[in-house]
Design a protein around this ligand. Structure first.
Ligand SMILES: *[C@@H]1O[C@H](CO)[C@@H](O)[C@H](O)[C@H]1NC(C)=O
Ligand SMILES: *[C@@H]1O[C@H](CO)[C@@H](O)[C@H](O)[C@H]1NC(C)=O
Ligand SMILES: *[C@@H]1O[C@H](CO)[C@@H](O)[C@H](O)[C@H]1NC(C)=O
Ligand SMILES: *[C@@H]1O[C@H](CO)[C@@H](O)[C@H](O)[C@H]1NC(C)=O
Ligand SMILES: CC(=O)N[C@H]1CO[C@H](CO)[C@@H](O)[C@@H]1O
Length: 425
């Protein structure tokens, strides 16, 4: 048992090394972990994106980036070219076989959650992707096979809210074509590593022997990502695949369950002198963006979540940074966006690593989900489980606390498709 846990710990450190950031300008592997423990990281304009990539083509898969580069739009994932065996396996000092993979990933890239309160100066177009939604009787021979309907988003020109919203053919958020193509590549790469090379994955998710467990949050975004990633993993599989979801009112991922203690603790975390210092050093930036984009409400001003989300969604899908709707000459500059992203990184590190109550906060937000993972690992250890592969399609708000729990040195905002692979050898 101890040996297995040691192997799990080894693999956790491998997974962490696969996950995060690098900076060509700063010495490669050190820059994986920016000095996020001080607000000078936010205010120091010369840091730019700290080596991070914030762009991706709109209608093609993201080009693969180096495994140690923080690519917000498409985070590095296991690939045959960069995968390394655990050191004692690689140097043959132990003879071991991979017996279990627990894989977590954030969904792929998408449109924003947060539309600028003053309106958007561009349309979002999602005509090139069809989010399918239909129900079918579980008996294949039932008398009522459904038509494969899909969601075609639009806004009626007479809708009075259009003037201060965003025109186009998307839902917010939704998977984009670029995200779909990235997801397919992600799945193909996992098949190449964990199927072809390490011979762990079965060829089909149909599991009379209960070898495969697939789960998503109750969001269309994670479900759409699952469909395309799983096609990459199971290219020859025909027919439907069960994607497990807990009831959304009590889901243990994506903050699905109500928890007053969690909300109270977050309020106290966001009232400390350090938190207030980060608001003070960003006051000039926040007030410029508020005036330009009509974003002065506390939703937009109390954290960098909304600005970062809005800018990332544009840059990760081939659009430009926003301009004021009233004055087309007044636009968000790259330096401003970079400061927003650095502030976002600082906040994620503060929430999940640095604040005095981070451990308690992780327990309240993610403890139930982490316990589910630990129970699966225990069952594998005790030989009471037939599972060989579990894949969870979740959110940044799940990956962040898991990485905090694992003790990541410093935590940048977990980008699109950021992932953790727990391997049991
Ligand atoms: C931040 O971390 C660095 C490196 O560990 C350390 O030298 C520095 O004192 C820390 N700063 C603060 C404000 O804790
Ligand atoms: C800003 O970052 C640069 C490295 O890019 C560093 O040399 C400089 O000392 C930093 N300035 C401050 C005020 O921290
Ligand atoms: C193999 O690698 C492990 C882990 O790095 C190390 O502890 C061990 O000494 C190595 N064994 C040999 C024979 O090189
Ligand atoms: C919204 O987009 C549609 C389709 O491109 C266009 O016909 C319409 O004029 C646009 N409406 C506004 C208010 O921009
Ligand atoms: C709600 C809670 O647990 N608050 C604690 C956060 O950390 C500070 C400093 O360690 C404690 O004093 C609080 O009680």
């Amino acid at each position: 048992m101890a040996a297995i846990y040691q192997a799990v710990l080894d693999m956790i450190s491998l997974a962490l090394s696969l996950l995060s950031a690098g900076v060509p300008a700063v010495a490669a592997r050190d820059s994986f972990y920016p000095l996020l423990n001080h607000t000078t990281y936010i205010s120091n304009i010369s840091l730019g994106t700290y080596g991070g990539i914030y762009s991706a083509p709109s209608t093609e898969a993201s080009p693969p980036s180096r495994e140690d580069v923080y690519n917000y739009c498409s985070m590095p994932h296991p690939r045959v070219a960069s995968y390394s065996l655990p050191p004692p396996v690689a140097n043959e000092s132990v003879s071991a076989r991979l017996v279990y993979l627990e894989y977590l990933q954030r969904h792929q890239r998408r449109t924003p959650y947060n539309i600028l309160p003053g309106g958007e100066n561009q349309e979002y177009n999602c005509d090139n992707i069809h989010p399918h939604l239909y129900a079918a009787a579980s008996q294949a021979d039932a008398a009522a096979p459904p038509a494969p309907v899909y969601g075609q988003a639009y806004i009626d020109p007479s809708n009075p809210f259009l003037a201060s919203y965003v025109n186009g053919t998307c839902q917010y958020p939704q998977l984009t074509l670029g995200g779909l193509l990235d997801g397919y590549q992600h799945g193909r790469d996992l098949r190449a590593v964990y199927g072809d090379k390490l011979r762990l994955l079965p060829s089909s998710p149909d599991d009379p022997t209960n070898q495969v467990w697939l789960r998503s949050s109750s969001s269309a975004l994670t479900q759409g990502s699952a469909g395309v990633v799983l096609r990459g993993i199971f290219p020859d599989h025909d027919g439907p695949i069960p994607l497990h979801q807990q009831a959304s009112g009590v889901d243990t991922v994506d903050r699905g369950f109500p928890c007053a203690a969690r909300d109270t603790l977050l309020a106290s975390i966001q009232a400390t002198p350090e938190w207030n210092e980060h608001l003070a050093v960003t006051a000039p930036l926040r007030s410029k963006l508020a005036a330009m984009l009509g974003a002065s409400s506390s939703d937009w001003q109390s954290t960098f979540d909304h600005f970062a989300d809005n800018f990332q969604a544009r840059l990760c899908n081939g659009y430009a940074l926003p301009c004021s709707v009233r004055d087309a000459a007044e636009c968000v500059m790259a330096d401003q966006a970079n400061e927003v992203f650095r502030a976002g990184d600082w906040e994620w590190n503060y929430w999940w690593r640095r604040n005095d109550n981070a451990t308690r906060y992780i327990q309240l937000v993610e403890g139930l989900f982490i316990a589910e993972i630990v129970r699966r690992l225990d069952a594998v250890d005790q030989g009471t489980s037939a599972l060989v592969y579990s894949h969870n399609f979740v959110h940044d708000g799940d990956i962040g606390p898991v990485l905090g729990a694992l003790g990541i040195t410093s935590l940048r905002w977990p980008g699109m498709a950021s992932n953790v692979a727990f391997e049991v050898w």
